[in-house]
Ligand binder design. Structure first.
Ligand SMILES: [Zn+2]
Length: 126
């Protein structure tokens, strides 16, 4: 596709303009927030360990072990929060607990869809 403004051949256009030529595409604040966290974590990891995710000293089994351990830890965090929300639920604040639990379930679903949990526990595993 050819961008109407810069005339470059690009993979995709939005209203005939490439992404660089658009200055009015709204940014999703949640996505921006997560990107900023990834960036900060990456910088901290580089300072602490001095290697990028392109490191080649880990085998496929090593990577799978890291992933499995992090997912196991994620289910523990989930259970801990679930227990907390259930204790709120049996107290007076039923409506808040229901609301919080549905938020947590939505969040968990979205995070697991996006493979986010491997980010949760890197510090414990390295
Ligand atoms: Zn363009």
């Amino acid at each position: 596709m050819i961008c109407n403004k810069c005339k470059k051949d690009v993979m995709a256009t939005i209203h005939d303009l490439c992404i660089e030529c658009h200055d009015d595409i709204p940014r999703d604040p949640i996505v921006e927030s997560v990107i900023a966290k990834y960036q900060k974590r990456s910088e901290e990891g580089m300072i602490k360990y001095g290697v990028t995710m392109m490191r080649d000293d880990l085998s496929t089994i090593d990577w799978l072990n890291h992933l499995q351990e992090e997912l196991m830890d994620a289910t523990l965090y989930l259970e801990r929060l679930r227990v907390k929300l259930e204790s709120i639920e049996v107290s007076k604040d039923d409506e808040l607990a229901t609301f919080s639990r549905s938020l947590l379930e939505d969040l968990h679903f979205k995070l697991s869809e996006e493979g986010y949990f491997e980010q949760l526990n890197n510090d414990d595993n390295e």
